[in-house]
Write a protein that binds this ligand. Structure first.
Ligand SMILES: Cc1cc2nc3c(=O)[nH]c(=O)nc-3n(C[C@H](O)[C@H](O)[C@H](O)COP(=O)(O)OP(=O)(O)OC[C@H]3O[C@@H](n4cnc5c(N)ncnc54)[C@H](O)[C@@H]3O)c2cc1C
Length: 321
């Protein structure tokens, strides 16, 4: 059955950004509605150990953290809706959004926190060994590979930055790239080539991530030379897939300014080009893409939205007098 709902604050996405916005919005009396999307809880629900979210001395589990965040948001008055938005009309306020099943949501303010998905190679063993040696985030998981042998797969800025970051933990870092040159910025390449603990394997495509041991974890990668077709194997402890991120912004193409696919927000804030529409988290962050930065941006967006609405309502009341 299709429904129609109106809210003062609609939050798109239920990752750390959306749920933090929900907590701040609810506590400001905005009665936020959170449309959770296909991945309630966001990306942290597909990882295991999280060691860098402040407030927890010991390693915590990503899905548990997100359950707690949702419970906190609901406890202070936010409402969750399990739906996926498929269409948005931002041409006038209230904004009008349509869900997968035809439900219509109208909103005085909109906070977009739809995240950015890490790109994967989609090769054998990748999914099964994800979180067991295969990762897409060196900042998140590099610490778990202290003194271990790791590889980074990719050839752009992200891959080079991840390889350089991993040298904080490992003295044996290999960058694997399927071509014979990198796309990364020159300055990053210079730092990479000069680093004594990084080597590069050129013209190699990952064919398969190989698991072993009990409990099973990553033990190596099968490679194929993209020029000669020769097969090879490298034994490793950790692999970081760094072939880019895809921000979830398809809904907003042609409606809001994008940079590299990411939503553009005002410097140091959350305002988009449309008054009343705010963005937070990875969807608007090409640089950091961490749970704690997403949560911080969610807080900023909720505060900005609350102020926007208070000003708009004050002006409307004055005009009516
Ligand atoms: C495997 C893995 C491990 C990680 N480990 C760590 C770590 O240890 N520490 C750390 O700080 N960070 C880690 N990260 C990064 C962290 O998960 C992200 O930075 C963070 O989740 C971003 O939060 P977000 O709220 O911006 O977006 P996401 O968490 O990506 O949430 C996006 C939300 O938007 C919803 N959505 C998308 N499209 C729609 C739509 N059309 N309609 C409605 N809803 C929609 C989704 O359902 C989802 O709920 C990891 C990421 C991955 C993939």
């Amino acid at each position: 059955m299709t429904t129609s709902r109106h809210t003062r604050m609609l939050i798109l996405g239920s990752g750390p950004a959306g749920l933090s916005a929900a907590i701040y919005g609810a506590r400001a009396g905005m009665k936020p509605l959170v449309v959770q999307g296909m991945q309630p809880g966001g990306q942290l629900t597909i990882t295991t150990d999280v060691e860098n979210y402040p407030g927890f001395r010991d390693v915590i589990q990503g899905p548990w953290l997100m359950q707690e965040m949702q419970a906190q948001a609901e406890h202070v008055g936010a409402e969750m809706v399990w739906d996926q938005i498929v269409d948005v009309d931002l041409s006038r306020r209230p904004f009008r959004l349509t869900g997968d099943g035809g439900s219509v949501y109208t909103a005085d303010t909109l906070i977009i926190s739809t995240g950015a998905q890490a790109q994967w190679l989609h090769v054998e063993g990748e999914e099964a060994l994800s979180g067991k040696g295969v990762s897409a985030c060196a900042t998140c998981d590099g610490f778990f590979y202290r003194g271990k042998k790791v590889v980074v797969i990719g050839g752009g800025n992200t891959a080079v930055e991840e390889a350089l970051y991993l040298t904080n933990h490992s003295t044996d870092v290999t960058l694997i790239h399927r071509r014979d040159s990198l796309r990364a910025e020159k300055i990053l390449q210079e730092r990479l080539f000069a680093h004594p603990h990084i080597k590069v394997l050129w013209n190699k495509r990952v064919e398969r991530f190989v698991g072993g041991g009990n409990p099973e974890g990553l033990v190596g990668v099968d490679l194929v030379d993209t020029v000669t077709g020769e097969a090879s194997y490298v034994g490793i402890d950790g692999a970081f897939v760094a072939i880019g991120h895809k921000p979830s912004t398809e809904l907003f193409a042609g409606k809001l300014p994008l940079d590299n696919g990411y939503l553009v927000v005002e410097k140091g804030g959350s305002k988009t080009a449309i008054p009343g529409v705010f963005a937070a988290g990875d969807v608007a962050d090409q640089v950091y893409r961490q749970a704690v930065t997403a949560a911080g941006m969610g807080c900023m967006a909720a505060l900005d939205a609350e102020r926007f609405l208070a000003e708009a309502e004050f002006e409307a009341a004055q005009a009516a007098e």
